[in-house]
Design a protein around this ligand. Structure first.
Ligand SMILES: Nc1ncnc2c1ncn2[C@@H]1O[C@H](COP(=O)(O)OP(=O)(O)OP(=O)(O)O)[C@@H](O)[C@H]1O
Length: 256
């Protein structure tokens, strides 16, 4: 009987450990997902106010204040999903992206052709200082941005890309979105990042390039009209690079 009780207590201990480990892991993952977003500051503010009011209400017995506090808890629970809706959506999308969903990105010869055409176009546009913004769709669908642009649905070719981004033409403003092996749309308006950018030369084109990668697992290529610099954005970060490094990044992106 004693042995049975001992085993039961041990089992309970293990359960507690697993319980605590699971809760800690969930907190850690949630913090990781929200890190760097505005939700963190907001959450910190709410936490500080909550702790202060809790201490005040417990130390000084204020009946009406306590009543208000207890009633407003459910209000806060409803308000949180509303206030944090964009962050929660992004976090869930990120979780979804980590699932082993293989994106159908076509055969190797097809992707090599697409990469070659894009690089040729990017090099030309960089030399001529023609601004460009090209988004490669990943596992997260970009349908909402494609639908708001001008539908193209054509094979990727350097001629088509350089024509689209030729200054002062009808489609040169906004982004081209490449979905799979095809140019899905041009003149697409993307969400702008709200983050501070370290490079003061980066304006709204670069903000849009970063913005879409904060919401989706897309890769964005930017050619600066001002400097001719080539940059790539992914996972909310932007990197200036040359065309050989761009080839490596695109090949990695297309690798299943
Ligand atoms: N939300 C958006 N979505 C897609 N493209 C956008 C968006 N906002 C601006 N752009 C593009 O960026 C262009 C303006 O670029 P701007 O000069 O402000 O930015 P930049 O980052 O300094 O780029 P550049 O170095 O090429 O000058 C617009 O003409 C438009 O084509």
């Amino acid at each position: 009987m004693d042995t049975f009780l001992l085993a039961l207590t041990r089992l309970q201990d293990w359960r507690n450990i697993i319980d605590i480990a699971l809760v800690s892991m969930i907190f850690y993952v949630v913090l990781l997902l929200f890190r760097g977003t505005q939700a963190v500051q907001l959450a910190r503010g709410i936490l500080v106010i909550f702790v202060i009011t809790l201490i005040v209400s417990q130390t000084v017995q204020l009946t009406a204040f306590n009543w208000l506090l207890s009633k407003s808890t459910s209000l806060v629970l409803v308000a949180i999903p509303v206030i944090f809706q964009p962050e929660i959506r992004r976090a869930l999308e990120r979780v979804g992206r980590t699932a082993p969903l293989l994106v159908r990105r076509g055969d190797n010869a097809g992707t090599q052709r697409v990469i070659n055409e894009v690089i040729k176009a990017v090099e030309q546009m960089s030399d001529h200082r023609h601004g460009a913004l090209i988004v490669f769709e990943g596992g997260t669908g970009l349908g909402e941005f494609i639908d708001r642009g001008v539908a193209i649905d054509a094979e990727v070719s350097s001629e088509l890309l350089t024509t689209i981004f030729y200054p002062n033409t009808a489609l040169h403003d906004g982004a081209v979105i490449i979905s799979g092996m095809r140019i899905a749309a041009a003149s697409c308006v993307l969400p702008l990042t709200q983050r501070e950018l370290s490079d003061s030369q980066m304006g709204t084109r670069h903000r849009a390039a970063i913005g879409v990668t904060e919401q989706a697992d897309a890769l964005t290529v930017v050619v600066s009209e001002e400097t001719g610099n080539i940059s790539v954005a992914r996972n909310g970060r932007i990197l200036r690079l040359d065309s050989s490094r761009l080839r490596t990044l695109l090949s990695d992106f297309y690798r299943p």
